[in-house]
Design a binder for this molecule. Structure first.
Ligand SMILES: [Zn+2]
Length: 184
């Protein structure tokens, strides 16, 4: 089965399983989610209605599908296959084809970053990308130099021990999801 077909099958199933508030949250971004959580139920409902009115239900789903496709395109074939099987979707042979090459995290060297990576936190190692790739530059956001983070990654599998033991911070699947530079 070609990757493109596998990706479409998977994102379609994911959208089917999402609730409307989840869909609205996903396309509206983090700030909206934070606002939604501080609102009363009636206010939150009104905010959701506003987004649905603006995009239309089909428009909301189309946006999620295009965002999902963009992300899944960077996943390994093996991980896509694993997700399809977990979702109970039958696949025709093994998933094949080449993942899209996403930007590389300077700490863990996985291709885990979005196209516009500035201030994105890597889901593999928790390094926050701030654009500075100088190993000895002290990164205030990360509280350490890149060189220290790379050394920590070899030991803890994350930019520091704290991140490695805080399961909420890291995506447990991230290392299976993305391609690592050394494997290319
Ligand atoms: Zn990383």
């Amino acid at each position: 089965m070609d990757r493109a077909d596998a990706i479409l099958l998977l994102i379609t199933r994911t959208v089917q399983q999402m609730t409307l508030p989840d869909k609205v949250r996903m396309i509206s971004g983090d700030f909206f989610v934070a606002d939604l959580e501080s609102m009363s139920e009636a206010e939150a409902q009104r905010a959701i209605d506003t987004v649905v009115e603006e995009y239309g239900l089909d428009g909301v789903e189309e946006q999620i599908i295009s965002m999902g496709v963009r992300e899944y395109e960077t996943w390994r074939n093996e991980y896509l296959q694993e997700c399809l099987l977990k979702s109970g979707l039958k696949i025709d042979g093994e998933v094949s084809g080449q993942p899209r090459l996403a930007p590389i995290c300077p700490c863990c060297k996985y291709r885990s970053l979005p196209e516009d990576p500035l201030f994105h936190i890597c889901s593999v190692c928790f390094w926050e990308y701030e654009g500075n790739l100088e190993p000895d530059h002290f990164s205030a956001i990360n509280g350490m130099t890149l060189k220290e983070a790379i050394a920590n990654f070899d030991i803890y599998g994350a930019k520091d021990r704290k991140s490695s033991i805080n399961a909420d911070l890291l995506d447990p699947d991230a290392k299976r999801k993305y391609v690592r530079l050394s494997e290319e």
